[in-house]
Structure formats: structure tokens, C-alpha cells
Design a protein around this ligand. Structure first.
Ligand code: ATP
Ligand code: MG
Length: 153
């Protein structure tokens, strides 16, 4: 079914707001285009929620998380950017692996299993999409998701 992605992102951010407020992290949504897309609503919600949860969890007190939605004729794009601790370059290629966590000490402190990004990647791939990350230690991380608006089998 056709899902209103702007609305869906709004409801994800609304649900995660209390977690962000515990660290005084600002959650911002920027919608550049209205997007309707054929999606598995439950799975897609989980995929994006994992990214936003990470952006809050691996952030600093008083930081920010910006989620943006854009589209062109072929794809829509969801970006989740944070002002957090970042991911060292040598770990970046591994974070999508199941159970992989950067620096056991800092991750143990944050809690979790290391499955979130593996699940997110699987869901994005099942929508024929792609996911990339850009990160710099002590500056922040941006995950970019790209999903085709029309998929021809
Ligand atoms: P889970 O999501 O299963 O509760 P998790 O958050 O540790 O546990 P993933 O979401 O798969 O697992 O992330 C894997 C690792 O990548 C994390 O442990 C963390 O070290 C790193 N990571 C993920 N997102 C970010 C981010 N936005 N900023 C910094 N590090 C991140
Ligand atoms: Mg996670």
C-alpha cells in the first residue's frame, strides 16, 4: 500500500522524543518533498527507528538529530544525521554486521545487542534500496537511505 513517508517519519520522531529529552537532544524533521511510496509500513518504521535510536543513543548531552526527507523522479532519500560520538573509520565497514559493536566498553554502557543496523540494512535491501554512512569521530554520523519510488521486477 502507498505510505505517506512524511507522516511516518513524523510519528517515529514523536514516539522517540521522550528518549531524546532525557539527554536534552533536539530532534528535527525536515521534509523537502511530499513522498508517497509503496512500503512495508511496519518494517520500514523499524528500519528508520533503529537509525534514529542510534543517533540519540550515541549522541552527547545537548546534541541534535536531524532527519530529512527528499525525493527526485526515481528515489526518495531519508537522511539521519547526528552530532554524536561518531564511528572510527576502521569500524565503519563493519557496523552493519550482526552483533558488531564499536568499542565494547562504550557500547556496553549504552546497552543493546548489535543487531539494529543489520536489521535496518536487511529491510532497506528488501525494498530494493541502499544505505550508506558518513562519520567522523567526535563530530557525528549521517546515515543515508535511498529507496526507489517505482521498482520494476
Ligand atoms: P541494538 O541496536 O541491537 O540495540 P546497537 O545499537 O549496539 O544495539 P547497531 O544499531 O547495529 O547495534 O549498531 C552497531 C554499532 O554501531 C553500535 O554498537 C555503535 O557502536 C555503532 N553506531 C551505530 N550507530 C551509531 C551512531 N549514530 N553514532 C555512533 N556510533 C554508532
Ligand atoms: Mg542500535
Amino acid at each position: 500500500t502507498q505510505i505517506n513517508v512524511n507522516e511516518l517519519l513524523g510519528s517515529i520522531l514523536k514516539r522517540l522524543k521522550p528518549i531524546a529529552q532525557q539527554k536534552n537532544v533536539e530532534l528535527v524533521l525536515e521534509s523537502f518533498r511530499p513522498v508517497l511510496a509503496e512500503l512495508d509500513k511496519t518494517k520500514f518504521t523499524l528500519a528508520i527507528s533503529n537509525l534514529v535510536e542510534n543517533a540519540i543513543k550515541y549522541n552527547n548531552r545537548d546534541g541534535w538529530v536531524k532527519v530529512s526527507l527528499n525525493a527526485d523522479h526515481k528515489f526518495f532519500y531519508v537522511k539521519v544525521a547526528d552530532s554524536g560520538i561518531g564511528i572510527p573509520e576502521s569500524d565503519q565497514e563493519h557496523v552493519f554486521e550482526r552483533f558488531y559493536r564499536v568499542d565494547k566498553a562504550r557500547s556496553r554502557e549504552a546497552g543493546g545487542t548489535g543487531l539494529g543496523l543489520a536489521i535496518t540494512k536487511g529491510i532497506i535491501y528488501s525494498h530494493h534500496g541502499a544505505i550508506k554512512l558518513y562519520s567522523k569521530e567526535n563530530e557525528g554520523t549521517t546515515f543515508t537511505v535511498r529507496i526507489p519510488l517505482i521498482y520494476i521486477a
